[in-house]
Design a binder for this molecule. Structure first.
Ligand code: FMN
Length: 360
């Protein structure tokens, strides 16, 4: 159930344009106000993935805290980890406003932000200032729109943040930077992951896990290629997925806005791609499921489809700041009810169902 803060907050925020509302949410988190009740840690939710010891498997997805302003406040909301970014080497304004749209009837959002962010230096300074604090904080790295050497921008991100983050995410799946998704093709991906691997090896943290974040708009043979390169280049895990260009099942008139769609209508497609990645990568590689997670049942289903960890963003826009705590408490109740020692026991149990769900 939504708390009073959630209901009052949502009414106020939904009266504003989405980007102004987002700015207010960041300000509220920065202020240190207790926006949600903290859930109790439950040992059955604790998990170690790619060497990261997490108190629970639910994370804040990239894009909410683009400039690493509030990772600790996000962890206080109940998330087991927080991913900041996408950060690009140079500050970047992004696309013209308006560039975020709520699709209320669909519990979805379309955004075409285009990696608006304050650049590496600003995020690195904030992360350095919290370096001694506990908590898993990942940094999602990208390339500037007009970079001459896009792959070089990713290598620079690894060099810059390896010593400041718990893990890094190589994000090549934003639909809002023209040509970026081409890096998912086999040839470019190989070069990208090689350079990223070299940058990690010569960084101050050569053992830091690196994840690759992919789009949901990929066919079976694209997924084959990505799985092969991820395995061959020593990438530690894959985040499935970013936003989609598809408008399948979306009713709102806003569906015509250009950009990436997130939220409820993305759940099925992103979960079907997640299961396909699990099938290709085998049981050991880390998989993080994102796309349309709006409650405990959706989070559980990502795990059953093959995820070790789960992330959300759009769900919190609709449900408010108590969503993370609500889901984490729900996961603990589920583990209790089913007599599980660890939630990881559920992993892959619905993989066949999701493999049978079409992705085109
Ligand atoms: C407003 C907005 C901004 C986003 N910005 C980023 C970003 O900078 N980098 C990134 O990797 N993903 C970004 N995402 C994608 C989310 O991290 C996530 O992968 C996607 O929205 C699916 O999850 P959801 O349905 O729970 O929102 C953004 C999503 C939204 C809604």
């Amino acid at each position: 159930m939504k708390s009073l803060v959630d209901r009052l907050g949502q009414r106020a925020l939904f009266g504003l344009d989405p980007e102004t509302a987002h700015g207010l949410s960041i300000a509220a988190l920065k202020s240190g106000l207790p926006l949600a009740r903290r859930s109790k840690a439950d040992p059955r939710l604790a998990t170690t993935v790619a060497g990261l010891a997490l108190s629970n498997p639910l994370g804040m997805a990239a894009g909410f805290d683009k400039n690493a302003e509030v990772p600790d406040a996000l962890l206080r909301l109940g998330f087991g980890f927080a991913e900041v970014g996408t950060v690009t080497p140079l500050p970047q304004a992004g696309n013209a406003r308006p560039r975020i749209f709520r699709l209320l009837e669909d519990a979805a959002v379309i955004n075409r932000l285009g990696f608006n962010n304050q650049g590496h230096a600003a995020a690195a300074a904030r992360l350095a200032a919290r370096a001694r604090k506990p908590g898993i904080v990942g940094v999602n790295i990208g390339a500037n729109k007009d970079a001459e050497d896009r792959i070089g921008d990713y290598a620079a991100g690894v060099t810059r943040f390896a010593g400041l983050a718990s893990y890094l995410t190589v994000n090549i799946s934003s639909p809002n930077t023209p040509g970026l998704r081409d890096l998912q093709g086999r040839g470019e991906l190989k070069t990208l992951l090689q350079r990223v691997g070299e940058a990690r090896a010569s960084s101050p943290a050569p053992a830091i896990p690196i994840f690759l974040k992919i789009a949901p708009d990929l066919g079976e043979s694209d997924l084959d290629d990505i799985a092969l390169e991820v395995t061959a280049r020593g990438i530690d895990g894959v985040i499935v997925s970013n936003t989609t260009l598809s408008r399948h099942g979306v009713r709102s008139a806003r569906r015509a806005e250009a950009g990436g769609l997130s939220g409820k209508p993305l759940f099925s497609r992103s979960t079907a791609v997640l299961a396909r990645m699990r099938e290709r990568l085998g049981p050991k590689l880390a998989l993080i499921g994102a796309g349309g997670v709006d409650g405990t049942e959706a989070a559980l289903e990502k795990i059953r489809a093959g995820a070790d960890l789960v992330q959300l963003y759009t769900g919190m826009i609709y449900a408010g700041p108590s969503l993370a705590g609500t889901i984490v408490a729900g996961l603990a109740r589920h583990a209790e009810k089913e007599g599980l020692r660890s939630l990881a026991e559920l992993r892959d149990s619905h993989i066949a169902k999701w493999l049978a769900t079409p992705i085109d």
